[in-house]
Design a protein around this ligand. Structure first.
Ligand SMILES: [Zn+2]
Length: 609
C-alpha cells in the first residue's frame, strides 16, 4: 500500500535580516550537525548535474539516497530533494524561505515533506521529524539569529570545547612564547580563546583574513600570528587547492607545498585544471592535535554555503522556466550550466535592467555582456531537451583567501618555514609579482680597502638592513648572490618604498661606519615558482628582465620598468613624494631583446643643497 506524504511547516520571526542569517542557515553542514543529523558519506562518484550518492547510518538505521543539487536564490530561499534507496522513507524534500520584514527582521519558514516507504516510516516520521527534529530546528534557527545579531566568532552552539589533556598548560606556554616572538598580546589572547572555545566546524578551517575582518585587526598581523602560532605548536597549516569553477577544496588538501602539483582534478565539476599560486592555492589553519583534536566529518556536502560565490542555482527540467528575484552585489557574474559550453556574462550595476530572460539553449550564449540591477527579476528558461542546472556565480574571487602567492612573498613565512618548497622540477604560476634586484656599488674596492673579513661583516650588515626594509613592506628576500639580493613583493609600491628606505639607511650609517650605495631595479610581471637549492625561488622573463635593468642603476637610485611606472599606486606615491624624489626618464636598449628600446625611469633622492 502507499502511505500518505507528511508535511511539516515551522514559522519563526527573527531579528536579523535575510542577508545576515544566510551564512548560518544556508550552511546546511552546520545546520545538520546542530540538529544532530548523523554524519554522511559519499558512496559513489558525483552524477550528472552534481547529483550525489550518499549514506548515513547510526545504531538503529541505515539510509542510502540520491540527492539532487540544492536549489537556491540568495538570500531568500533554498531547498533540496533526497530520494532514498533504502530505509523507511521513500523521498524527502526540504524548503527554507526567508521574507524580510519592515522592522529589519525576517520571517523564516522551514518546510519538510516526507513520503514513507513502509509502515515503519509511517510510524517513525511523525516522531522523528514532527517532534524531535522540530524542536532542534527551531532552537538552531534561534541561535543563528543570536549569532548573526552579535556577529560573534566563535560559534559555540552545543559542543563543549574538547581540549587535549594537558592542553591548558601547553596553551599558557605557547601564549608566552608568541608574545616573546613579538606578536600583539591582545591578538594572541583572541587566538588562544578561539582555539579553546570555538566549535569544531569553525576550527577545521581557520581563514586568517576572515578572522582579521571579524576582529577588525590588520590582515597581515593575523596571518603572521597564525604562521608564528604554527611554529609554536598551536596551529597546523594546510594548502587547499581550489577548483576554478566550484572553488571547493575538500579532497585536495596538502600539508606541505612539496605535495602541491601544477595539475589537479575536481570531482564535483569533472574538470582538470592548472594550479596557480595566486588563485587556486589557499593557506588555511586548524588547531594542532596536541592542543585540541578536531573532528569535523561531513553532515551535508553540497548546501549553498559550500559554494558561497554562487548566488543562484536552479535545477530546471527540459523545456521549463522559473522566475526568481535574487539580491546581487555590484560586479561581474556569469550564468552557466553544468553541461552546456560557455556562459552568459553579466554585470550588476545600479543602472542595470531590472528584468531579464536567460535561455539555456544548444546554440550557445549571446556574446554581449548583460547589465543587471542589484535586485533583478530573472526568468530562467531551459530550452533544451535535457535537464539543466543553471548557476549564476560571482566572478571575483574572495579576497578573504590568504593565497600561496601572498603567503610565499612574506618574509615571515620564508623565515619560519624555510623548508616549504615545491617538489624538484615542479613549476607553478604565481601570477604577477614585483621583483627587486640590488647590488652593492664598488664592493671590490671596498674589499681591497678594508680587508676581506671586515668587508664581509659590512656586506652581512647591509643584508640585514635590506631584509628589515623588505619585511616592513610585506615582501620577502628570496636569495643573495654575492653582494646582490633578489626580493619579491605583491605590490610595486611596497617594493619601491622598501628599497628607498634601505638606500636611505645605508647612505647615512652610524658614525664610524661606511656609507653604502646600492644599484637597484624593479620590474613587475608574471612569474613562475620553482624550487632551487630546496628553497622556494622564482624564474621567468620578468626575473631576467629585472636582473638586467639593475645594470642601468648608478647607485643610490632605483630603475623602474614601464610595468612598474604604469601601476597607479606608484604614480600616486611619486606625486606625493615629488618634493623629496626626482624621477628621470631613460631610454635603453637591452641585449637579447632584438635591440628593442625600453622606456625606463630612474628614481632617486633629490640632492639637498
Ligand atoms: Zn569544482
Amino acid at each position: 500500500m502507499t502511505y500518505p506524504e507528511f508535511h511539516y511547516r515551522w514559522e519563526l520571526q527573527l531579528q536579523s535580516s535575510p542577508q545576515d542569517l544566510w551564512p548560518y542557515v544556508a550552511d546546511t553542514n552546520r545546520f545538520n550537525r546542530d540538529t544532530q543529523v548523523p554524519a554522511v558519506q559519499e558512496i559513489g562518484p558525483v552524477q550528472t548535474n552534481a547529483r550525489r550518492l550518499l549514506r548515513f547510518s547510526n545504531r538503529l538505521l541505515s539510509f542510502a539516497w540520491e540527492e539532487d543539487p540544492f536549489d537556491w536564490t540568495y538570500p531568500y530561499r533554498f531547498g533540496v530533494v533526497r530520494r532514498y534507496q533504502t530505509g523507511p522513507i521513500a523521498q524527502m524534500r526540504a524548503l527554507l524561505e526567508m521574507t524580510p520584514q519592515s522592522d529589519g527582521g525576517t520571517q523564516l519558514v522551514y518546510q519538510v515533506w516526507a513520503q514513507p516507504r513502509n509502515f515503519w516510516g509511517w510510524i517513525g516520521i511523525p516522531l522523528a521529524i514532527g517532534r524531535v527534529s522540530a524542536r532542534r530546528f527551531q532552537a538552531a534557527f534561534k541561535r543563528y539569529d543570536e549569532v548573526a545579531q552579535s556577529g560573534a566568532v566563535p560559534i559555540t552552539l552545543r559542543h563543549a570545547s574538547h581540549l587535549t589533556p594537558g592542553a591548558k598548560r601547553r596553551l599558557e606556554v605557547i601564549r608566552q612564547r608568541l608574545v616573546q616572538d613579538g606578536a600583539d598580546p591582545a591578538l594572541v589572547d583572541r587566538l588562544v580563546h578561539l582555539v579553546q572555545e570555538a566549535d569544531d566546524l569553525t576550527l577545521a578551517r581557520i581563514r586568517p583574513y576572515h578572522l582579521a575582518d571579524r576582529w577588525d585587526a590588520p590582515r597581515r598581523d593575523v596571518l603572521e600570528l597564525a604562521l608564528l602560532a604554527t611554529r609554536a605548536g598551536l596551529l597546523d597549516f594546510q594548502w587547499e587547492i581550489l577548483c576554478p569553477l566550484c572553488r571547493g577544496a575538500s579532497d585536495r588538501v596538502h600539508h606541505t607545498l612539496t605535495d602541491v602539483t601544477s595539475a589537479a582534478h575536481c570531482q564535483t565539476c569533472n574538470i582538470d585544471f592548472h594550479v596557480n599560486f595566486d588563485r587556486s592555492v589557499e593557506l588555511t589553519f586548524a588547531p594542532n592535535p596536541a592542543v585540541r583534536a578536531i573532528k569535523a566529518p561531513d553532515f551535508c556536502v553540497a548546501g549553498p554555503q559550500v559554494t558561497p560565490h554562487i548566488a543562484v542555482q536552479q535545477l530546471l527540467p527540459p523545456h521549463t522556466q522559473r522566475q526568481i528575484t535574487p539580491i546581487l552585489e555590484a560586479g561581474r557574474y556569469r550564468l552557466r550550466t553544468m553541461t552546456l559550453p560557455g556562459g552568459q556574462h553579466v554585470r550588476v550595476t545600479a543602472v542595470g535592467q531590472s528584468q531579464a530572460y536567460f535561455h539555456a539553449t544548444n546554440d550557445g550564449w549571446p556574446p554581449q555582456e548583460l547589465e543587471l540591477a542589484p535586485v533583478p527579476s530573472l526568468q530562467l528558461v531551459n530550452d533544451t531537451d535535457e535537464e539543466q542546472l543553471l548557476i549564476l556565480e560571482r566572478m571575483v574571487w574572495s579576497d578573504q583567501a590568504a593565497t600561496a602567492a601572498e603567503v610565499t612573498t612574506l618574509q615571515r613565512f620564508r623565515d619560519l618555514f624555510a623548508d616549504e618548497a615545491l617538489r624538484p622540477g615542479e613549476q607553478i604560476s604565481v601570477g604577477s609579482l614585483t621583483i627587486l634586484f640590488t647590488d652593492l656599488v664598488d664592493s671590490t674596492q671596498m674589499y681591497r680597502e678594508i680587508g676581506d673579513a671586515t668587508a664581509f661583516g659590512v656586506v652581512m650588515n647591509h643584508f640585514d638592513v635590506l631584509r628589515e626594509a623588505i619585511d616592513a613592506e610585506g615582501g620577502a628576500l628570496v636569495k643573495t648572490i654575492g653582494d646582490a639580493v633578489m626580493a619579491v613583493f605583491r605590490r610595486p609600491v611596497s617594493a619601491l618604498k622598501a628599497i628607498l628606505r634601505a638606500q636611505a639607511v645605508l647612505a647615512k650609517p652610524t658614525p664610524g661606519q661606511r656609507p653604502l650605495r646600492l644599484r637597484a631595479a624593479l620590474h613587475y610581471g608574471p612569474s613562475i615558482a620553482v624550487s632551487l637549492n630546496e628553497q622556494l625561488d622564482y624564474f621567468g622573463s620578468t626575473i631576467n628582465m629585472a636582473a638586467r635593468l639593475e645594470k642601468f642603476s648608478l647607485g643610490g637610485d632605483v630603475v623602474l620598468s614601464d610595468a612598474i611606472c604604469n601601476d597607479p599606486e606608484i604614480a600616486e606615491f611619486l606625486t606625493e613624494q615629488q618634493a623629496q624624489l626626482q624621477v628621470e626618464p631613460l631610454s635603453e636598449t637591452l641585449k637579447g631583446y632584438d635591440q628593442e628600446c625600453f622606456s625606463l625611469w630612474r628614481v632617486g633622492k633629490k640632492i639637498e643643497d
